[in-house]
Each structure stands twice: as C-alpha cells, then as structure tokens.
Ligand binder design. Structure first.
Ligand code: ADP
Ligand code: ASP
Ligand code: MG
Length: 403
C-alpha cells in the first residue's frame, strides 16, 4: 500500500473552511487506497502573533517557554483538522510531538529532528486510520518541547517521510509550485515543472520561502522526492529530485531575494596578517554567520576597510563583539540595514559562460549599484539598496528569459 506524507502550510489551514477543504483532499487521497500521514502548520499569521506576544513580556523571552508558546499554533490546527476528518466519517487521530514522541537535538527554537517512534502510528495506519501530526516541533532528550526553526513544518514532513519510509512527500501550499521567482511579487514568474535538490536548496536558502532550506537539505541527503503543489487547485505541482533526472536548457532557473541581511563596514583597520581572523573568529564563536566579505585595497599600506554581511537580527551583537571582543583597532563601524540580497540560481550556470557579466551589465543598465558579491558554482548573489529590489528582480528575470 502506498504511504503518503501530505503537509499543509499556514494558508492552507488558515480558516475553518480551508481546514474542511483540506480534510476533503485527505479523504480523496485515502479513497485511492493510500495510507496518509498529514502534517500541519499553524494557521497563517499565528506563529508571528505568538512571537509578538512573547515580546510584549520581554525581547529576550525565555527560549524554553518560547518553544512551549510557539508550538501551540500547530496543536490547534492538528485538532481542528482531525475533528474535520472525523466529521467526514473518517477514522482519524492526532498525535502530538510528545505522544509519538518526535525526538530532537539542539537548541530551543532551532532544534533538529533526530528520530521518532513509529510502531503505534504504523499500527494505526494499518487499521486504515489517518494520522495527523503537528509540524515544526518535537521534544528534547529531557522531555522539553522544542521547535525546529521558522517554516519548520516542511522539515517535519521530510523527516516523517524518511523515518516512515514513505512513497511520497507532498507539500501543499498557497501557490501551485516553485516558480522562477516569487509569483506574488512578479506576476510573470513561470512555474518550474521539475527542479534539482541543489537548485532548490540554493533558492530557498537565498529567500524563496516556498520550501524551508533544512527540509530540502534532508530530502537531498536521503533522496526523498518532493512535490510542491497547491491546496486550492488541482494543477500539477513542481517535482524536486535528483539532478540527473533533469534536462537543463537554461543557464538560470530562478531569481531569489531576501531582506534579512545587513552590511557592516569596519573602517581603518590595520592592514596586516591576522586581522580578518581576529574579526571573524569571535563572531563565529558567537554563532554569527558571516556571508559576504570584501576587503578594500589599502591606499596607504597601513590601514584598510573590511565590509561584510550578517543577518539583520545579528547586527547589534556583531557591533558589540567588534567593539569589545575583537583584538583589533579601527576608526569606526558603519552599518547599512537597508540592503537586499538578490541571487540568480541555475545548475546550467556551470556550463554557460558569461552569466556573471550579463547580471552585472543588467543591473548597471538599471543604474543599480552593487555593494557586495558572492558566488558558488550554481548561484550568484549581490547586495544592493533595498529600494531597488523589485527593479532588479524584474530585470534579471527578463534578461535570463524567465518571463
Ligand atoms: P506555507 O505556509 O504553505 O508553508 P509559505 O508562505 O511558507 O507557505 O511559502 C509559500 C510562499 O512562498 C508563496 O506564497 C510565495 O509568495 C513565496 N515564494 C517565494 N519565492 C517563491 C518561488 N520561487 N516560488 C513559489 N513561491 C515562492
Ligand atoms: N508555524 C511555523 C512558522 O510559521 C512553522 C511552519 O509554518 O512551517 O514558522
Ligand atoms: Mg512554509
């Protein structure tokens, strides 16, 4: 019997009508003879609302309690969906993270699923029961509730697919697949029928929130084929799988953007060996991820400027570390939060020369200044002024024939 994991995102379970609609999708799937495990997100906006509440108590709200709070959103939809299935005369049962249990490792708010118990659930599936599980959470070794990072229900779905050895893992969302760029921002974006894990991982890490990066990473590691599809239409979705299965005719597959980054410039540091290490070592010890780094050529051979990007949330901590923990002298620190990271991604870039210059030329034709650059084999990212985000995406989308 085919075993399917169906994951429903926040918009898909955002209202009672939608939850009833999801129950009908599950009923239809089960009627084709499949075993179904459904994973649900919280109603759209709920998790943000809970974060906001915690901040009204403290900006440094206790992380253990934050996990207890945030995990409650999924508990609500889990029960509502199961209730809706029962109303449709289906045999269905919800299983909370501690009841399964879903075991996690790592810090509160950023844990990682390592295992789960499958026997009870397998038995229920064998009895034609539909299993509903809340996404985004688990429990730690000591039995505390944990959450696994924002957008984490995708990761729960992939972990469940792996551990239950499922035949398919379908991510139901509010768009009918992965597009060349965010279709809600650029209406001429085109749906991609199939995409490799590598490209999807780059796109999602660089801002395409349609899939959570760590979910794609796990799927890639264990070769779990994914399909992203719409809860609201019957159209075929996007298949995410191994690169060998894909035919590349385009150098660029998609354009992603994010507004999570900030640019920091340390002005007037000594130009001698060890300075960069002295700056970045304490940042790494504080778990601050540095993305792009540029060191200017020293004009007087004594001092230079070092520019780098970090997540916006890490800016104050970064500045504090630069001022107190780094063994360096500098003149001043400048920060710019109003930047966006625009990236082009494509496995076809490896075999197509000239992609880099075409991107730079296109941005310059639009009078967009590039503030920092980073590249890998299949992606090229630039930092630009946030105000130019839409103009840049539109231009790149059009010159790489994605419209
Ligand atoms: P869910 O709540 O179902 O998990 P998300 O909001 O996390 O849904 O992800 C779906 C959203 O991702 C879409 O509404 C869309 O605006 C956005 N998105 C960003 N980039 C892309 C892309 N390249 N393709 C499709 N959707 C994208
Ligand atoms: N509800 C969680 C979030 O908003 C997890 C998810 O939706 O995937 O981040
Ligand atoms: Mg999501």
């Amino acid at each position: 019997m085919i075993k399917k994991i169906l994951k429903f995102g926040g918009t898909s379970v955002g209202t009672i009508d939608r939850i009833q609609h999801v129950a009908n999708i599950i009923k239809k799937e089960q009627s084709t003879g499949c075993k179904i495990i459904a994973i649900v997100s919280a109603m759209s906006g709920k998790t943000n609302e809970l974060v906001k509440l915690s901040r009204e108590i403290s900006h440094d709200f206790n992380k253990r309690e934050l996990d207890v709070l945030l995990s409650s959103g999924e508990q609500v939809t889990c029960a509502l969906l199961t209730g809706a299935l029962i109303e449709l005369n289906m045999k269905a049962k919800s299983w909370l993270n501690w009841q399964i249990p879903i075991l996690t490792d790592g810090d509160h708010t950023n844990a990682r699923i390592i295992n789960m118990h499958i026997e009870k659930i397998e038995k229920y599936l064998d009895q034609n029961g539909i299993v509903v599980i809340p996404g985004f959470q688990g429990i730690s070794k000591v039995g505390d509730v944990t959450t696994i990072g924002r957008g984490g229900s995708d990761a729960t779905a992939v972990a469940v697919a792996k551990i239950f050895n499922a035949d398919s893992c379908e991510i139901y969302t509010d768009v009918d697949g992965v597009y060349s760029t965010d279709p809600n921002k650029i209406p001429v974006a085109k749906k991609i029928d199939k995409i490799s894990y590598d490209e999807m991982l780059e796109l999602s890490s660089l801002g395409a929130k349609v899939m959570q990066p760590s979910a794609v990473q796990t799927a890639m590691m264990y070769e779990i084929p994914l399909e992203v599809r719409s809860t609201f239409t019957d159209r075929k979705g996007t298949k995410i799988f191994n690169q060998e299965n894909i035919d590349y005719t385009k150098s660029v597959t998609g354009v992603a953007y994010s507004k999570d980054d900030a640019k920091i410039t340390v002005i007037g540091v000594e130009d001698k060996p060890g300075i960069a290490a002295n700056i970045f070592e304490p940042l790494s010890k504080a778990q601050i991820n540095v993305d792009m780094v540029i060191q200017n050529i020293s004009s007087d051979e004594k001092t230079t400027d070092i520019t780098f990007t970090v997540k916006r949330d890490d800016v104050s901590k970064t500045k504090q570390i630069l001022k107190s923990d780094c063994k360096i002298n500098f003149k001043e620190i400048i920060q710019n939060n109003k930047v966006a990271k625009i990236s082009i991604v494509g496995a076809g870039m490896v075999s197509t020369p000239g992609v880099t210059y075409r991107m730079f030329r296109a941005l310059s034709d639009e009078s967009i200044n590039i503030l920092a650059i980073s590249t890998s084999e299949i992606k090229l990212s630039v930092i630009i002024d946030e105000d130019n985000t839409l103009k840049a995406i539109k231009k790149l989308h059009s010159i790489f024939d994605l419209d």
